[in-house]
Design a protein around this ligand. Structure first.
Ligand code: DGY
Length: 319
């Protein structure tokens, strides 16, 4: 493949270095340069030139986009999760799909632990208390719940789930887990269903890939058994959780708290959550460090070379 003639469609601005390098090395099309109502026309005009698409966890190569690009050879996702890529269609058309695993594992696991500690110790709320001058005006902040020693239940013990497990072990937290294809881990306790996992955990962490089997894996029943002292941490995908159920459980105090990096309809966050004191909300920033985003950009740029290990692993959707 003559690399300089490779037409690459970047779906939205996601990383300045990546964009600059794609522009330098290939013929770069920026999708956002066309207004939404001009995109069909843009695709018709450039379809034969576009052989690669770069998307991410927000927007990626869905069925309509793939159908509009008959010359498409590769979809390189600037994310580990590839739930927004139409994988069956890619398989059918022989389109290679790549993602950016491994390099973001530590950062996403760090965020999961950070959210759990922040949710239990109410760190953002305490910060707001100080900034509002309430420490001086009203005295000491409310007491919070301890993190060390809490039972942590992890849904999905893949790369990220395991990295969370090893981190929380350092806080003397017993680790429980559920995964669809059970693997044995001598130090961790397996539960055969998410309901049983939640019933035996204080903190439930979603760390599995999103697919039809895991959509709404955290449903009303799971939330009920996690209960008024339980805390849900989601660093997976918004649709892993039945969001209206989560919101009403938090509002009514049927669930103790939550730390959420992801939401069902990003960047929209249910407004009811803004008023709550028992949730910590961050804007899908699991991989959002300089170090990791640079490494992810390098992986995406490598994807135009012959397949490497992360390329062949990609279509499995592992986290
Ligand atoms: C990804 O890359 O899929 C994750 O959302 C990282 O936060």
């Amino acid at each position: 493949m003559a690399m300089e003639s490779l037409g690459v469609l970047l779906l939205h601005p996601m990383n300045a270095y990546l964009e600059q390098e794609l522009d330098r090395r290939f013929r770069l099309f920026r999708f956002w340069d066309s207004p939404p109502d001009g995109r069909a026309e843009f695709l018709r005009a450039n379809a034969s030139a576009i052989r690669a698409v770069v998307g991410n966890a927000g927007y990626n190569a869905d069925a309509a986009l793939i159908d509009a690009l008959p010359s498409l050879e590769i979809v390189a996702s600037f994310s580990v999760g590839i739930d927004r890529v139409d994988l069956p269609k890619c398989r059918e058309r022989g389109i290679r799909v790549t993602n950016t695993p491994d390099v973001l594992t530590d950062d996403v696991a760090d965020l999961a632990v950070g959210l759990a500690i922040a949710a239990l110790r109410k760190i953002p709320q305490a910060d707001r208390y100080v900034r509002a001058g309430l420490w001086k005006a009203k005295g000491d902040y409310t007491l919070t719940a301890r993190f060390s020693g809490k039972r942590v239940g992890i849904i999905g013990l893949g790369r990220i789930g395991l990295a969370i497990a090893t981190r929380v072990e350092a806080f003397d937290c017993p680790v429980n887990y559920y995964q669809r294809t059970k693997k044995d881990y001598p130090n961790y306790t397996y539960y055969p269903s998410v309901v049983e996992l939640a019933a035996n955990s204080d903190i439930l962490v979603v760390a599995c890939p999103l697919n039809e089997q895991t959509r709404h894996i955290v449903n009303r029943e799971v939330i009920e058994v996690l209960g008024p002292k339980g805390v849900l941490i989601n660093i997976g995908r918004g649709p892993h959780v039945d969001e209206p159920e989560l919101v009403s459980a938090l509002v009514e105090g049927r669930l103790g708290g939550a730390g959420l990096d992801v939401f069902e309809d990003e960047p929209n966050v249910p407004e009811a959550l803004f008023a709550l004191d028992n949730v910590v909300l961050v804007p899908h920033v699991g991989s959002g460090t300089h170090e990791t985003r640079q490494a992810m950009a390098d992986l995406v740029l490598d994807d135009y070379c012959p397949p490497r290990s992360h390329c062949s692993a990609s279509v499995s959707g592992q986290r």
